[in-house]
Design a protein around this ligand. Structure first.
Ligand code: TYM
Length: 328
């Protein structure tokens, strides 16, 4: 069975972009693939979050993944820092990736421009991400469009390592959905939707229906009052069409044919999103009352993940010329 791996940062609440761009594919893949999903707390450390918040957010992210439909009987779900192999292989990845390659990453440019203190970890972030993926002999990586460059770099790293040291890693491919790959901010449709759930432009996965409806009603559009899909010239309207298409399994172009005015498009998009979110909210409320169960799922997931990761790490160590950890 082909292996699927993906990860999400535990940095506050999840939003509609995470759900439509990535998590819905995660759920779909677990039925006919060997699915491994990870809450990447080591990646979150690159921006020095408050320790208590990081811990809470990590558990909340796991609860959220279970609420969107990740089934711990079908998928392996764990926290990155529980499997030490990720950090160890990351060093080997850092020694395989070029400084120039890391410098070209647009996410690093965006994040470092916005930060006062830029950690070295923020710069080498894609090397840790490559470690996450390659440890599991991953075939497919379901992600949103903003991760495309990181996955392509991961492929280059895998190929370079294989050339240097002989066949070691499976070279993975990204899977990016047609609609929903780039959910934009409702207030600034030139920017992608991102965490900071208080913002009027971001819709949280756990947000109350009234608030969701209000945010869609106030979404920025344009003044020409024509509904058609063109993200370059009509970013606001196209974002609404993309969200409605993704939520209902259609294409944005065919959704556009159904509307002549912005008002009904906004109302229907809000309704479709609320329909998608309401079961998630209910399951999250149930799960949150049982933190012991989440901890059990994560511990069992980490045990399973470690078995696969340890075998791959040993192969990489051996091929690169590191001596066995203990005499064979
Ligand atoms: P993160 O935590 O920022 O986002 C998790 C997933 O959500 C997708 N996403 C979006 N999709 C559509 N529209 C948006 N506005 C939007 N915002 C976020 C992301 O593309 C992602 O798929 N570096 C990764 C985490 C990571 C990872 C990995 C992913 C670490 N190791 C290994 C894949 C494989 C990140 O920060 O995602």
């Amino acid at each position: 069975m082909a292996r699927v791996f993906s990860g999400i940062q535990p940095s506050g609440g999840m939003h509609l972009g995470n759900l439509l761009g990535a998590l819905r594919n995660w759920v779909a893949y677990q039925h006919d693939h060997d699915a491994v999903y990870c809450v990447v707390d080591l990646h979150a450390l690159t921006t020095a979050p408050d320790p208590a918040e990081l811990r809470d957010n990590t558990m909340a992210a796991a609860a959220m993944l279970l609420s969107v439909g990740i089934d711990s009987d079908r998928s392996t779900l764990f926290v990155q820092s529980s499997v030490g192999e990720h950090a160890e292989l990351a060093w080997m990845m850092e020694c395989t990736v070029g400084f120039g390659e890391l410098r070209r990453m647009t996410q690093f440019k965006d994040k470092s421009d916005r930060s006062e203190f830029v950690s070295a970890g923020l710069f080498t972030y894609p090397a840790l991400q490559a470690s996450d993926i390659l440890l599991y002999d991953t075939d497919l990586v379901p992600v949103g469009d903003d991760q495309r460059q990181h996955i392509e770099l991961c492929r280059d790293i895998a190929e370079r390592f294989n050339r240097r040291y002989g066949e070691t890693f499976v070279v993975p491919a990204h899977v990016i959905p047609e609609a929903g790959a780039r959910v934009m901010d409702l207030q600034n449709p030139g920017d992608k939707m991102s965490k900071s759930l208080e913002s009027a432009g971001t819709v949280g996965v756990l947000e109350e229906p009234d608030s969701v409806t209000r945010k869609f009603k106030r979404a920025v559009t344009d003044s020409d009052n024509e509904v058609h899909y063109n993200p370059d010239t009509k970013p606001g309207v196209s974002n609404l069409l993309g969200i409605l298409a993704s939520a209902t399994g259609r294409t944005p172009e065919s959704v556009a044919d159904d509307y002549a005015q912005y008002g009904p498009l906004k109302a229907d998009t809000a309704e479709a999103v609320n329909e998608l979110l309401s079961p998630i909210r209910e399951r999250y409320a149930e799960l949150s009352s049982d933190p012991g169960e989440i901890a059990r799922v994560l511990a069992a997931g980490a045990d399973k993940a470690r078995t696969v990761a340890a075998a791959t790490l040993n192969r990489a160590r051996d091929n690169a010329g590191l001596i066995p950890r203990s005499p064979a």
